[in-house]
Design a binder for this molecule. Structure first.
Ligand SMILES: C[S@@+](CC[C@H](N)C(=O)[O-])C[C@H]1O[C@@H](n2cnc3c(N)ncnc32)[C@H](O)[C@@H]1O
Length: 327
């Protein structure tokens, strides 16, 4: 079938009970659209009947967008060309209003995949910040799962609530049924709440302060995932998990995403890339009373010697503790 022909078996809109945050079919009033101009500048706005969108290239009537299938270009009054689509989740989270810094889509994707966030899972996260990761977690657990999001700053929780509600907007303004946004410090409130979880995701300055609470809340086999920006935080969270003893050996990694320029014979890496955003660390919770197997390999010389001041694995031989790093 050519692109000009009308398909005979149109897909209906996505079922609202799926809580995907996605719509199919003609653009409707109340939906958000994303316009991209010829220079790649993006504009996101809600479609309101009778309203005008203004840019440096004149204006557009919202009514000229409402009722059309997304994926078209439209000219503004001063001849600007705009590409019109509904925003994807990955586009929404980088353009939505922010309280705190957000987890970028490349890392959210890794968290969902490598912390194995599954439909129906119960996930605890802290802090909720601007709610970017929350959107990915809710997408992954679906309406039959649960995401309990702790945030200690009320103003950030409010930003997150608005963003998440906007993304998953339902006609009657209900919030995602799997979401439970709570105000408070995870370290104190998680033990008080008695909440158990399959997965716990920590995105905060000092995730090591939460490890006892996390260990009590995680089910055996559950996964803790920490997102940390600096190498000093990376070291401290990994060593705290090791020193706790109730987790498997932590895995630490980062992902670097590089675009490619592909044009005829000019095929090369792009000049810009998303380099460092943060490190990710995951570990699995052992069953109560069970210890993870000891590392077979001796630590690198001096790794835990006299110069090291962080948490230490409990079972280090005395000679390892006395070594100097540069000896
Ligand atoms: C970088 S932001 C989180 C961003 C969020 N993951 C997102 O994708 O939008 C870190 C947040 O953690 C919150 N926070 C820090 N320590 C916390 C704790 N112990 N309990 C709850 N929230 C905490 C901060 O107030 C801040 O809003």
């Amino acid at each position: 079938m050519s692109d000009q022909q009308t398909p005979t078996n149109e897909l209906a809109d996505v079922a609202p009970e799926a809580w995907s945050g996605v719509h199919r079919g003609p653009l409707r009033a109340g939906e958000w659209v994303r316009l991209t101009d010829s220079k790649g500048r993006r504009h996101n706005f809600e479609l309101v009947p009778g309203k005008r969108f203004f840019s440096n290239r004149g204006h557009l009537e919202h009514d000229d967008l409402i009722g059309r299938e997304e994926g078209f270009t439209i000219a503004s009054s001063a001849g600007g060309e705009y590409l019109v689509f509904r925003p994807l989740l990955s586009e929404f989270v980088v353009s939505m209003p922010r309280g705190a810094a957000v987890i970028y889509p490349k890392d959210a994707a890794q968290i969902v995949a490598l912390a194995d966030v599954f439909p129906g899972a119960t996930v605890v996260e802290a802090g909720v910040g601007s709610g970017a990761l929350t959107c990915s977690l809710l997408r992954a657990v679906g309406p039959f799962g649960k995401v309990v999001s702790w945030e200690r700053r009320e103003e950030f929780a409010e930003v997150a609530r608005r963003n998440v509600d906007q993304f998953f907007s339902a006609p009657d303004g209900r919030t995602h049924p799997a979401w439970d946004l709570r105000l408070g410090d995870l370290t104190e409130e998680l033990p008080r709440s008695g909440q158990r979880a399959d997965r716990i995701v920590l995105d905060m300055l000092a995730p090591w302060e939460c490890i006892d609470a996390v260990a009590d809340a995680l089910v055996p086999g559950g996964i803790v995932c920490a997102y940390v920006a600096t190498t000093t935080q990376l070291s401290r969270i990994v060593e705290t998990l090791r020193a706790h003893g109730g987790f498997t050996e932590p895995q630490a990694w980062e992902s670097l995403v590089r675009d490619w320029h592909v044009e005829g014979l000019a095929v090369r890496p792009g000049h810009k890339m998303i380099g460092h955003t943060a490190f990710l660390v995951t570990a699995r919770r052992m069953a109560p009373g069970e210890q993870a197997p000891r590392k077979k390999r001796r630590p690198a010389p001096g790794a835990y010697g006299v110069d090291y001041t962080g948490p230490r694995p409990a079972d280090l031989p005395p000679e390892v503790v006395e070594e100097r790093f540069d000896a």
